[in-house]
Design a protein around this ligand. Sequence first.
Ligand code: ADP
Length: 324
Amino acid sequence: MIEINDIRKSYGDKRAVDGISFKVNEGEILGFLGPNGAGKSTTLNIITGYLSADSGVAKIDGTDILAEPIKAKKDIGFLPEIPPLYLEMTVLEYLNFVYDLNGCKLPRKQHLKEICEVVKIWDVGHRLIKNLSKGYRQRVGIAQALIGNPKVLIFDEPTIGLDPRQIIEIRNLIKMLGREHTIILSTHILPEVQAVCDRIVVINKGKIVADEKTEDLINAVDGSRKLVAKIVGPEDEVLKALRSIGGMKSADVIGKRDTDSVSYLLESEDRIDIRKPLFYTLSSKGWPLIGLEGVELSLEDIFIRLVGKEKEKETAKKLKRGVK
Ligand code: ADP
């Protein structure tokens, strides 16, 4: 549904996008991630036809966005990081305005009502946008992207600045829209990607560093898992036993909150699940395990590991070629 091939873009002598290629299949929700300045917005602006690439091709449902921009743009709904809302208009005035601007041909009243019902803004249709909460404004932003019923939706940081309840609502809305649309979601937030996306493309310095199914990527990067275990038992002996478990990389005390239990940070070797041997070891000694939690990786950890892996690969290639 979306196909971009070897896209390049420089601003002066600053290369922002340096040969990016990927596809998004019909009905897929793709997470598009990368640190600040990685080239995400530039890529999204090229896909949506707001910016032209120096070279490379971007196609939406087979239509080249540069060769046939009007046709390709009809298939794209875009929610930029800062949605272009007119604050002095009511919600319905604004949606009618976008409807005209897009030259939408669908039955006006019915189409706009359907959209308002899907994003749950029908009850605020006659209110001025400036008087709406941030969460409702974001829904209006999503509504304008849905006008014309485009096959592809592109969301740039859709939950930034929202409160936790609004974040969950918008994520659920995006998931629901994913049943009918192909979606690219650009975000900084790892749980958001895990909750919503089927696949992830990670870019750094204008290049792709990973393109994998969400689960595979998280598992690949998170090879050595960290756990916090709360155990009742004599600290020194527990530590010794923990360190003797096969596949345990490290075990350290991190806290003693209760009188009789101690918290330990455990790190396993790559791809080894130590939970079962941990349980058997502790139960054979009669030391109760009263808590076990995984330590979540942040998006920053993932970037650092992915970028680290890229550097290792580059160094290995250079060594192979005999370059110092
Ligand atoms: P991201 O969205 O991942 O933060 P951008 O696509 O906005 O990244 O930017 C990629 C790089 O291009 C950054 O180094 C940024 O400073 C630079 N850049 C973006 N827009 C412009 C512009 N209009 N003029 C000059 N440099 C730009």
